[in-house]
Design a protein around this ligand. Structure first.
Ligand SMILES: Cc1cc2nc3c(=O)[nH]c(=O)nc-3n(C[C@H](O)[C@H](O)[C@H](O)COP(=O)(O)OP(=O)(O)OC[C@H]3O[C@@H](n4cnc5c(N)ncnc54)[C@H](O)[C@@H]3O)c2cc1C
Length: 401
């Protein structure tokens, strides 16, 4: 069936945004009896040989959901790098903690994958599903959101091409500046960290050893995430001026600073790609749902990238929302009504809020250049490393359990 044969004007679910989270939701709804449209404004670029800098650490929960939905059978999965260890240390002292999949009795802690490659993988499932139309490139021109028409909510979405769609459930998976959130008049508390995330890919003399490395330093955390080609993707949180100063360095000088600041844990830096900056902010929508409308992923919440959990939380939102509406539909209940969608909000909002607050707390705790705090932090890290019960609880949360 050609993609255009699947295009219709009335859908059960219209998902605005075909990022990782919007496509994850579509995959969850593939092969159900919901008719689904995904509207995405940007076409994905073709998969290139060299790895991209924007990557995500995908946890075990998300991987399990992808495997259940048949998403993880794609040949592109070769671009995912399994990591089975995590090593965290504090640059200001001797504190360190290690997590090992063998110790935890799991085959891996997660995978690192380029964001756009993951989107390609998800898109394969979306394109092959008979019940999903993928409309791209298409921009939302207007949304007429009617919360309750004759007992059922209906939204009408006008696209840039002139096409008009109606939806019983409109899902905002359209990122931090969500238009869907705006038309539903849902407020978002947003705060900038006044910091930037510097990202690039580097080769290191000692290789990555399938380990996710995280160094806490007073200027902000620095992560080395292992890539499929032996390189590591770095995410370095920096105050604005320092970020600009590091961007201005030539490659040789940057390699020296990076090796020095990471205390040569992976040896010398032998190669570096182009560098990019991303402004860092955290925010949370006051509500995730209205009658006939739901927000998922960054449209609902965004957090500090220090523990690599943003996309994972969004994938968990998508899984929960799909479970809630599928269960209600099977039981013959009003699956897009506010009381049904509120179950999704109850299951996800608290968990996302806890993660957001933990990340902000971590950032504050490790961002203090204070000798006493530094001693406490270092003692705490090493102590937790020797307390298997607490260590296990921390890692279970990171794995998405
Ligand atoms: C430096 C950095 C590192 C990170 N590292 C990690 C990590 O290791 N692990 C992790 O889990 N998370 C990580 N994150 C967070 C993660 O990248 C985001 O949480 C995640 O990508 C959000 O996905 P999303 O699909 O909700 O939103 P987005 O990625 O913002 O996607 C929204 C989509 O909607 C489309 N769209 C928007 N408006 C419209 C419209 N009007 N019409 C049509 N389409 C529209 C956009 O084109 C886009 O494709 C990191 C973030 C940063 C900044």
């Amino acid at each position: 069936m050609k993609p255009q044969d699947k295009i219709q004007s009335d859908y059960d679910v219209v998902i605005v945004g075909g990022g990782i989270v919007g496509l994850s939701l579509a995959c969850e709804l593939a092969a159900t009896d919901f008719s689904v449209a995904v509207v995405e404004r940007n076409e994905l670029k073709a998969v290139a040989d060299e790895p991209e800098c924007r990557v995500s650490a995908i946890n075990r929960f998300a991987l399990q959901r992808f495997k259940q939905a048949g998403v993880w059978d794609s040949p592109l999965v070769r671009r995912a790098c399994v990591f089975d260890k995590m090593f965290v240390w504090d640059q200001t002292g001797a504190g360190q903690i290690q997590f090992d999949s063998v110790e935890l009795g799991v085959p891996e802690l997660g995978v690192i994958i380029e964001n756009y490659v993951l989107q390609h993988i998800l898109l394969e499932t979306v394109r092959s599903a008979d019940n999903i139309s993928y409309l791209c490139p298409e921009e939302i021109s207007t949304i007429d959101y009617q919360p309750n028409v004759g007992g059922q909510s209906v939204s009408t979405v006008l696209l840039s091409s002139g096409m008009q769609l109606s939806a019983s459930l409109l899902v905002g998976a359209d990122g931090a500046n969500s238009k869907v959130r705006e038309v539903a008049s849902i407020q978002r508390e947003q705060q900038s960290y006044q910091q930037q995330g510097l990202v690039c890919n580097v080769a290191t003399a000692e290789g990555h050893q399938n380990t996710a490395w995280q160094c806490f330093m007073p200027t902000g955390p620095l992560a080395f995430l292992p890539l499929y080609n032996g390189y590591s993707s770095i995410v370095w949180t920096l105050d604005e001026d320092l970020a600009q100063a590091y961007m201005a360095l030539d490659d040789e000088a940057f390699k020296r600073v990076l090796a020095e600041e990471s205390e040569y844990k992976l040896g010398e830096i032998t190669d570096v790609s182009q560098r990019f900056l991303f402004p860092l902010a955290h925010g949370h929508a006051t509500d995730y749902v209205r009658a006939g409308l739901a927000l998922v992923g960054d449209a609902a919440h965004s957090i500090h990238p220090l523990a690599g959990q943003g996309a994972n939380l969004g994938i968990a939102d998508a899984a929960t929302l799909a479970d809630v509406i599928c269960t209600a539909k099977k039981a013959g209940r009003q699956w897009s009504a506010l009381h049904t969608l509120s179950k999704y909000q109850r299951q996800r909002k608290g968990a996302n809020r806890v993660m957001e607050m933990s990340m902000t707390g971590f950032k504050e705790l490790f961002g203090q250049d204070n000798a006493l705090l530094s001693e406490l932090r270092n003692a705490g890290l090493s102590l937790v490393d020797h307390l298997p019960a607490i260590k296990y609880r921390i890692i279970k949360q990171a794995l998405g359990a």
